[in-house]
Design a protein around this ligand. Sequence first.
Ligand SMILES: Nc1ncnc2c1ncn2[C@@H]1O[C@H](COP(=O)(O)OP(=O)(O)OP(=O)(O)O)[C@@H](O)[C@H]1O
Ligand SMILES: [Mg+2]
Length: 729
Amino acid sequence: MCPLFFTPLLICVFDHQITPLNIIKEYMQEKPMFVVRIARVVEPPLGEISLETEALIRSIKEQSEKVLTLKGILSPDVLAILDQIEEPGRLADLVASNLKLKIEEAQKILETFHPLQRLKKVNEFLSKEVQVSTMQAKIQSQAREEMSKTQREYFLREQLKAIKTELGEIDEKAQEINELREKIKKAKMPPDVEKEANKQLSRLEQMHPESAEATIVRTYLDWLVELPWSVSTVDNLDIKKAELVLDEDHYDLEKVKERVLEYLGVRKLKEKMKGPILCFVGPPGVGKTSLGKSIARALGRKFTRISLGGIRDEAEIRGHRRTYIGSLPGRILQGLKNAGSNNPVFMLDEIDKVGIDFRGDPSAALLEALDPEQNFAFSDHYLNVPFDLSKVMFITTANILDPVPPALKDRMEVLSLPGYTSEEKLKIAQQFLFPRQLEENGITKEQLSISDEAILRIISQYTKEAGVRNLEREFASICRKVARKIAEDEKGPFPVTNLNLHKYLGPPKFLPEEELEVNEIGVATGLAWTSVGGEILHVETTTMKGKGNLTLTGHLGDVMKESAQAALSYARSKSKELDLDPDFYEKLDVHIHVPAGAIPKDGPSAGVTMAASLISALGRIPVRKDVAMTGEITLRGRVLPIGGLKEKTLAALRANVKDIIMPEQNKKDLEDIPKYIRRKVNFIFVKNMDDILKVALVPEKAQISSATTKEEPGEKKGRPEGLPISLPV
Ligand SMILES: Nc1ncnc2c1ncn2[C@@H]1O[C@H](COP(=O)(O)OP(=O)(O)OP(=O)(O)O)[C@@H](O)[C@H]1O
Ligand SMILES: [Mg+2]
């Protein structure tokens, strides 16, 4: 082979044996071809091979070997050729011709006629080549290391795939994609949602099945296909049957049952109606949650329930965005997935216990879900596609309505379940609670029976509640004891009566609410309403020599303290009309105490009671012990309406108080109280404080009670003891 370099200077031929080296001396003709005059190059003789030459030759041979090894092209033949060459010039030319030099570099070598010089130059280039080749090999080996792991996995996976296909097994990924595609079709999503689902599916198809992103997409698709986009249950439109079911589960609660049956009635006439949003408000254990379940049963719908108690994060309701690791849809959609239909009875329990903090306001998210005008396209952050909630029947429950934000309250139809009277509890116990406990404990009614008196005694002396949860717990306790006896082969039957009740339940836990023995000065009976029902309170006032200080005790809240201040100001401003010492606030200290001292109390409804107690103490006129009162007082003595009428009435009845003074504006709420209770009590409706004083203060000789201190002789300038109080008309 003859490598030729066409340059203006040289035409060189490197085969010493065939053609000697020539130089172009002159161009004689250019066209049609080059004709040149050449001069033969005679290589200068080298003479004896010196030590330096020998060293150079060895160095070049070694370095050539190294380069060839690094490049992976070293073979025994090449080695043999290299070994044979002893002539420095030839060696230089052979190595240079294989070095892939740049043209200028090659030219330089060609222009060097002296073999030793040439050898030196080649040696330089060769050293450089060794360095470059070493570096190149290093880079390559690094890249190879990185590549080899993924390549290995890829090859193995491909092999596995091939083996599986060979064995007739289908590729897992393809199978999964096919299954998801089927599920998307079956879910019958709205067109927009289906489009999104298919988009995500094709993304999943292109992903590595084990990648983190693929897991996210897979979970998302699983959620999408499992939501009941088009699954609805068929409503039971037979109103009679629904009524039967409702009565079967709960005693009374007529108002709520009626509302549900009305809904059914409208639903029968109009198929596409918006689901109502009801809110059951009442003390614990009155059956709010269990009524929700019963409504679902009566309507033939699925029931699902989420508890909102303690939820502080908006994302709990509406989900986290998919960008967050481990994100999920909100509880509303989780509830719907559990229900498996898009028209369930959905209970949002304890809506009054939703909290607000820096993570957002969950009730704001509820606003959207509970608004019939916008919940047909409820948007969950995780899902990112709208879901239609308009067919869902939402029922929320709360113990008290005050903490519920007004905007939320406004969206709901509030139905109150105010608590039960002893008679109602007796009926519930006989028809529901006792039989249920018998069954749960595996006892027959022949083995264990309970008398009505015993039940009433449990109600009054072993429980103190508006609902029936503790009552049921007491029955459970009796049943367990009897179950043990039966298991120990004791012979029954075991009748529980008023007389042997303590053997099962121990001594009574609560004594009947005490009725005052006598009419006392400075002690007025008030009615309070707590989240566990109604209570009676005996507000005590005493006066002492002093400088007009007002002391309030009994763990009173700010509102109640202000009520007491208002009552005092009222008494001062009306001291003349009320026949009180006009300077009492300069000479006396007043102390108002509301038992039970350890329980925090608040609210304005004890205003009139505190005023009555105060005026009684200042005027030295006793308050009637058989009158209970409730109402907010204003500075001018007007009496404003209060809440919890039924609970308060029940509390008065329990304490054997028959006359109840109520604000005039509460007259409209009488309807909530069953007729048979109304018959037992005497409601006195009042507009202002004067009306109350007329009824509550007894114009009789005062009986000095322990709650008041004895007056210093000559201290009182007001109306003489025992004379009727003069009241303004
Ligand atoms: N009118 C009723 N008839 C039959 N059972 C009743 C009635 N009211 C309540 N119960 C029973 O009382 C128990 C407690 O009721 P539930 O759990 O529904 O109370 P709740 O009002 O939801 O209380 P909370 O506010 O504490 O959640 C249930 O077992 C329920 O069946
Ligand atoms: Mg409940």
